[in-house]
Design a protein around this ligand. Sequence first.
Ligand code: ADP
Ligand code: MG
Length: 536
Amino acid sequence: MVTTEQQTGSFSDLGLQPDVVRAAEEVGYEEPTPVQRQAIPLLLEGRDVLVQSQTGTGKTAAFALPMIQRVDPEERAVQGLVLAPTRELAVQVAETVHKLGKYRHISDLPIYGGQPYDRQLRALKRGVQIVVGTPGRVMDHIRRGTLNLDAVRMVVLDEADQMLDMGFIEDIEFILDETPKDRQIALFSATIPPRIRGLAKRYLHDPATISITSERLTVPEVKQEYVETGRDGKLEALTRILDMELPESAIIFVRTKREADELGETLVGRGYGAEVIHGDLGQAQRERAIAGFRDGRADILVATEVASRGLDIPDVSHVLNYDIPLDPEAYVHRIGRTARAGKSGTAITFVTPREWGLLKTIERLTRVKLERIPIPTNADIRERRVQVLRDALCHTLENEELERYASMLDGLTDQYGAGAVAAAAVKLLLDEEADLPEDDVEPEPEPGAERLFIRAGRKQGVSARDLVGAIANGAGIPGKDIGPVDIYDNFSFVGVPRRDAGRVIDALTRSGIRGRSVPVKVAVPEEKRPQRTGRR
Ligand code: ADP
Ligand code: MG
């Protein structure tokens, strides 16, 4: 069954060449977002464009892909210029340009304040083709004579409203005046206040205007919730929500094919039953995944938008938007997978701080206010497990023949009393799945390093090299990010990037060091330690 309610189409339909399409696919994009669909063909034609589209809708690739295609790889001069308001945005855009320009061998350079001039100078001398920079620093380079814009064909003003808010208008005008009169300009902005219109009027030639807003949408009767997480805390938040919600069946939507594969693998590694579907899988593989999901072998299906759209996926109890959709219409389609035929359903959307605007658009267009739910704590999850066990006990007490089991415990109940025996049984049952960390770890790990405590040391034959090797291989972390390492007789400590700590613990517990599984946990910081341990 293929539904056609949503506009579809591939990157190559937009007029992009195979080299560029291939790079986009490799980044994991399956199909263009609405702003990409509209802006790319116009930019490839050479038109000036004025684009209104909010944060998180995929504007970077909307200008980067056509810019990369329009740059002549043989000509060693700056042909594309992107201005962005902040150093962070400039770096992000440059990274995207770099990845998308991979197969055309385009050389690109971010330039921003605070970075030494000489490094930028050396790169500029080598012949950079796309420059991404903040207005202030770009202007400095022009004034020093180290950046020549005579060969520029395309200029992008990214987040133009923000640049104006930051007082960059004069710098921008100075820079634009340094570029050839017939260059193409693309102006991207989340809002179009009069000042942006003014700027567009002065500099853009007969611009095409694109505005990505959708009509209001009607939404099915689904409980709609959202959680706020940092980008690094997402996975932890997801597993906690799964443990809390215990969905009968759930679809987890992610943005890219690669993410789908990675998340599927991670979930399976953590003991969840998950299948994966995305656009790179053949029809047979997809059908196998769906079959596994349909007959209950897996209760989780990790899917990309596209893959899910063409398939007849059964109704589910939960839709989890692990990546918030870039297109509000897609949100409505996604959550329509649950609460069909009068059954109840829950949709939970993960929102990172950058994606706040997307959440607000969804709320505006659906006229539904999503309810914020907290990330469950370990205490919440334990309580939930107890509740589930209580329900199961009640059900068994009311529905099953228990005499045979009661008689097994005759001696014990006489000695300890039935209540105590039952309590012990419950303890065993709960402990069996007590895989929660002892401490209530922060669900959103911050940047920085985490020190891990490993219960194996010199006497068990562990060396620093083994340890670093096991972490580097097992969790895919570069050796330079690991350390310091301290090996003691019976235990060791090692520092790893905080955001990777969970993965390292997983890897060491699963594959171990030199083939032996070892207990690993996050070391309790000095100030929280109940009493001093015997560290030398
Ligand atoms: P904006 O500039 O509009 O704020 P970005 O260009 O930063 O948005 O894109 C937001 C996120 O969406 C990024 O993580 C990006 O990798 C992802 N993205 C962009 N285009 C696509 C696409 N076609 N398919 C999937 N993900 C995409
Ligand atoms: Mg952007």
